[in-house]
Design a protein around this ligand. Structure first.
Ligand code: ASP
Length: 312
């Protein structure tokens, strides 16, 4: 089977400059190139997803791992989930601090009887795995938080990517990363990792470590981004996957789910693959930062106008 790959680096309002678009495009294509090569060499979907998430977490441009946004109290708390479609198995961590790659913790929980851990439990896991202590804070995110503090946290979310020029509070945007892969064996996997919305209350739980934001079975895999509460209310990832499982094409499942999301005035985006090799993406927000590999070429959604697009 020809492998397929799609990744995202968040959704929100448009990037301000051509330069910003090019920076994001470059980052996304680098990851697509590396991970697609891995899939071509026979790599399994789940391993490809973990590696792709690690690379995106390590890129300070995106709000996951290094470059995560700060919460209202000035701390970084990250969440990540992995779902292996082969076994239809979900694992994840919620609100963890001081690690470089939250997706590694989600991966380590795949074979555990307790597969989603939060705060203290997740910290305990970090200790058990002897994961090195790591500070994911970047200067840009700190400045963003300091500016926000001056403005008394009027903004409900942080920026989608850490751009060079800080945006005005009215231009609230967000970011998160996600990877969905189909391997040569025809198996799917999906992973999502986030620093959260930014400026949120302590203890707030992101959709990214829930089946609403990251879901995969043998038929389809989906990773979401956008306002977590909107994604949870739509149960977007689970909804799209179930629709494909019940017989809709991926294109139809996406179209129907995004029509509903739009009617409900949600602010979100999603990337998806199905078992036949169809690739799809959709958004109700202004921009979705996603890129994909069709098996023949790479493409991206950075300047897309449509709400839903698919390559069947
Ligand atoms: N969905 C993430 C959250 O609400 C944010 C994002 O996708 O940018 O935590």
């Amino acid at each position: 089977m020809q492998p397929k790959l799609i990744i995202h680096g968040g959704a929100g309002s448009s990037l301000k400059t051509k330069e910003a678009i090019e920076v994001v495009r470059h980052s996304l294509y680098h990851v697509i190139d590396t991970i697609y090569t891995l899939l071509l060499k026979g790599g399994e979907a789940c391993d490809a997803v973990v590696r792709g998430c690690q690379l995106l977490e390590d890129d300070p441009c995106f709000n996951a791992g290094t470059g995560s946004v700060l919460q209202s109290d000035g701390q970084i708390r990250m969440s990540a989930a992995l779902m292996d479609g082969k076994y239809q198995r979900f694992s994840g961590v919620i609100n963890i601090s001081r690690v470089q790659n939250p997706i590694d913790l989600a991966k380590s929980l795949q074979d555990s009887p307790d597969r989603v851990l939060s705060d203290y439990g997740a910290a305990e896991l970090v200790r058990e795995l002897k994961t090195p202590v790591y500070n994911p804070l970047t200067e840009r995110r700190l400045q963003e938080w300091l500016q926000e503090r001056q403005e008394n946290f009027e903004r409900t979310m942080a920026d989608v990517v850490a751009e060079k020029v800080l945006v005005k509070p009215s231009e609230a945007r967000r970011g998160t990363i996600g990877v969905v892969a189909l391997d040569q064996q025809g198996c799917l996997a999906a992973g999502t990792s986030t620093g959260g919305k930014g400026f949120e209350r302590i203890g707030r739980v992101s959709d990214s470590a829930m089946p609403a934001g990251n879901y995969c079975n043998r038929n389809a895999g989906v990773s979401c981004t956008g306002i977590g509460e909107d994604i949870i209310d739509e149960c977007l990832a689970g909804r799209i996957v179930v629709r494909v499982t019940d017989g809709l094409s991926l294109r139809e499942a996406m179209q129907r789910s995004f029509t509903e999301a739009k009617e409900n005035q949600r602010d979100l985006g999603a990337i998806a693959l199905d078992q036949t090799g169809a690739i799809a993406w959709g958004k109700t927000s202004n921009v979705l930062l996603a890129a994909y590999h069709t098996g023949y070429e790479m493409g991206d959604t950075l300047e897309m106008v449509e709400e839903v697009e698919a390559i069947d």
